[in-house]
Design a protein around this ligand. Structure first.
Ligand code: SAM
Length: 332
């Protein structure tokens, strides 16, 4: 799921920070005048954010690909990173840590370009390009580390299950397979079944899984998550509701209960619009673009409970991302 850098929602202003260095601060634009000049001002301020994402992305791309930028570009980008105070982290973080953050930028910028170049396309058409699918997938590469570090320890028995011989993961909406690959790298005993209705996505997943040398541990299926017929087969089921239409998510959550082993966990990833009105409006806008579901307050927990899961709880997503997880356990 995308790790969003929320500059697109805000204007930027300079402020002095301890240490004497001026940094960009994110401030919501308020009180802009309602004439064409006011509109121009808003657009100009937001363009700063779009360009900042491009510069941050280029810096991270150079690190992830291990291909240094030419000296002029590097110098200019360094100045931008310096304004955000992130030069150190971009230089020191591992490629594996940077890749999902970079993918989040790609998702934001690619979907913006796609939307503006095909304004009347439906959600399905917009998402079809391979580069876009790969970017969405790459965002999820950071999830297994988060799951291990802060989510699974709160879900009774899940870590033990993922570590045990015969452990099984159900990846609904497997996309290009990045999440499954990362899960299998994190847990060496784990096997996965990934399902997705898009044959092109499954073909990309096949190629990514082959490149990762994990063909023997992942079964790919072309189909809909709500049509799986497995019973008592999985220890963890993952459902990315922000990409799946509402009635289908509901049917999938119900089906997963049958597919899970007794004591196994469902993780329903969902958009969390958050308390900020502009951020919330943008989160809903983007989710609708992707053809997915926005659950309003308490709706997702209610759905999971109604489907017969126990120990239902809401868990925070990655820092800064408008994502939350609802977890529920199959009784037994
Ligand atoms: C953004 S992708 C998830 C990325 C994935 N984690 C990866 O590593 O590539 C979401 C996927 O959900 C799939 N999807 C949408 N509706 C679905 C359904 N009813 N059942 C299963 N998958 C579905 C879409 O085709 C899309 O590929």
């Amino acid at each position: 799921m995308p790790v969003q850098f929320c500059t697109g929602m805000y204007g930027n202003r300079q402020s002095s920070k301890p240490g004497g260095r001026a940094r960009m601060e994110l401030t919501k634009i308020q009180g802009a005048s309602h004439d064409i000049e006011g509109l121009r001002t808003i657009v100009a301020r937001q363009a700063i954010s779009a360009n900042a994402l491009a510069a941050l992305g280029l810096a991270m791309e150079a690190r992830v690909q291990d291909k240094p930028l030419d000296s002029d570009t590097a110098r200019r980008i360094e100045a931008v990173l310096g304004e955000f105070g992130v030069s150190g982290i971009v230089a020191d973080a591992s490629a594996a840590e940077l890749a999902p953050v970079l993918a989040g930028i790609r998702v934001d910028l690619l979907s913006a370009v796609k939307l503006l170049s095909q304004p009347s396309a439906d959600g399905e058409t917009r998402r079809l390009e391979a580069s876009m699918r790969q970017a969405f997938g790459d965002v999820s590469a950071g999830f297994p580390a988060l799951l291990k570090r802060s989510i699974a320890p709160q879900l009774e028995g899940l870590l033990e299950r993922l570590e045990a011989p015969g452990a099984a993961f159900l990846d609904i909406g497997v996309g290009v397979g990045v999440l499954s690959v990362s899960m299998l790298r994190q847990w060496p005993n784990l096997r996965a079944v990934g399902i997705d209705p898009l044959p092109d996505a499954i073909a990309q997943a096949r190629s990514n899984i082959k490149a990762a040398g994990l063909r023997h541990r992942i079964e790919l299926r072309i189909g809909l998550g709500q049509e799986i017929i497995d019973e008592d087969a999985f220890d963890l089921a993952f459902v990315p509701s922000a990409f799946i239409p509402d009635p289908q998510v509901r049917a999938i959550v119900a089906r997963c209960r049958t597919a899970l082993r007794p004591g196994g966990w469902l993780l329903l990833a969902m958009i969390n619009p958050g308390p900020d009105a502009l951020g919330a409006a943008l989160a809903r806008f983007r989710t609708t673009l992707w053809g997915g579901t926005v659950f309003e307050n308490g709706e997702a927990e209610a759905l999971v409970e109604q489907c017969g899961y126990a120990d239902t709880r809401l868990l925070p997503g990655p820092a800064g991302a408008p994502i939350t997880f609802v977890a529920g356990r199959k009784p037994g």
